[in-house]
Design a protein around this ligand. Structure first.
Ligand SMILES: Nc1ncnc2c1ncn2[C@@H]1O[C@H](COP(=O)(O)OP(=O)(O)OP(=O)(O)O)[C@@H](O)[C@H]1O
Ligand SMILES: [Mg+2]
Length: 337
């Protein structure tokens, strides 16, 4: 009897349940489950060695799990072979290619492997070379590409057969700033077109700008809802550091001064700042300065701004010190291995 289909949400393009994989004594992925929605981008986040690449390889069907299964649009990747793989676009973290083939030939060869008619393959290669800005290198052997150019060719290769699910393993690694911005655009365009995208990256601020959901991996264990800390750091830029310190001491607000705006931070004990508030606190820097304050949320932040402005403390910028993904990551027990 055929195994019962997994029961994803209607729009889930890929569903994986209870995936596990060990390498000898190392439990790389432990009972991980994941669901990717059509038309959305999901982040895959976790420290080095947490099992991201291992999980992605199992989702593509390139690595057999010890337990669990993966379905793409209802097809089991373990048993449906080419039909399931045809639905998946895969960009590995390191892109190996046939060094003698030109960029265009790499794309046309992969398109042919997916049984695209030659005319369609040619057109697809031309379109994608333009998308990843490799038109000038279209007829150059792929071995001459720089690292970032190879990454871009790897992205084009992953998209050549117009897959329904796209899995990207650290696609931004080695890309210059403009290419990173373009990558975000390409990923969002894929989602707009109905593709389900899963993207792993350590660049959490960049990731945050393109994702709709996130899956966190900790020592191979997946979770959708990482713990969030009760207190979150906010960054405040002030015109007069001494005045801000004096005020924060007077109101009992614990602050940490950031050296050079975003460098090493040094704690400032509010107790040490006790005493009458005044514009020339002895430990405070004269002139512009940056501090971190721990707050419970936006309500407390709004109160801080109101109180500081009422007290005549000049704030020039104020906002969360980290994005939501960074915050969630920092709240995890981020053990590397
Ligand atoms: N082929 C393999 N043989 C033995 N151990 C492996 C193999 N592949 C992965 N591992 C181990 O499995 C664990 C997870 O590795 P994986 O590459 O999936 O991590 P990752 O989250 O992708 O890390 P990174 O952020 O560094 O890319 C690591 O401890 C790694 O050493
Ligand atoms: Mg990896």
């Amino acid at each position: 009897m055929a195994a019962a289909a997994l029961a994803p949400a209607d729009s889930a393009a890929l569903v994986a349940e209870h995936l596990s994989r060990s390498f000898g004594p190392v439990r790389a992925v432990v009972d991980a489950s994941i669901s990717l929605e059509a038309g959305s981008v999901t982040a895959l986040v976790g420290p080095n060695g947490s099992g991201k690449t291992t999980l992605l390889l199992m989702l593509t069907g390139l690595l057999a799990p010890d337990a669990g299964r993966v379905e793409v649009r209802g097809l089991d990747v373990a048993t449906s072979g080419a039909a399931a793989r045809r639905l998946i676009g895969w960009m590995p973290d390191v892109f190996g290619t046939w060094e003698t083939l030109t960029c265009r030939e790499v794309l046309e060869t992969f398109a042919a492997a997916y049984r695209l008619p030659p005319a369609v393959a040619k057109e697809r290669a031309t379109t994608l070379l333009a998308t990843v800005h490799l038109v000038d290198l279209a007829d150059a052997p792929s071995r001459v590409l720089s690292r970032g150019q190879k990454q871009r060719l790897g992205l084009a290769r992953a998209l050549v057969h117009s897959p329904a699910v796209v899995l990207l393993d650290e696609p931004a690694a080695g890309l210059d700033p403009r290419s990173r911005i373009e990558l975000r655009g390409i990923v969002r365009d894929l989602a707009e077109a109905g593709v389900a995208v899963l993207v792993s990256s350590h660049e959490l601020a960049e990731l945050e700008e393109m994702v709709d959901a996130a899956v966190f991996l900790q020592r191979g264990v997946s979770s959708f809802a990482p713990p969030t800390a009760a207190l979150q750091p906010w960054r405040v830029h002030v015109l007069d550091g001494a005045a801000f310190l004096a005020w924060s001491a007077a109101v009992g607000l614990g602050v940490t001064q950031e050296a050079g705006g975003a460098g090493a931070a040094s704690a400032v004990d509010p107790a040490a700042c006790a005493g009458p508030a005044g514009p020339t606190h002895p430990t405070g820097p004269a002139g512009p300065a940056t501090f971190l304050v721990s707050l419970t949320g936006e309500l407390q932040a709004a109160q801080l701004v109101r109180d500081a402005v009422t007290a005549g403390v000049a704030l020039t910028r104020f906002g969360p010190a980290y994005g939501r993904l960074e915050q969630a990551y920092l709240a995890m027990d981020t053990d590397r291995r």
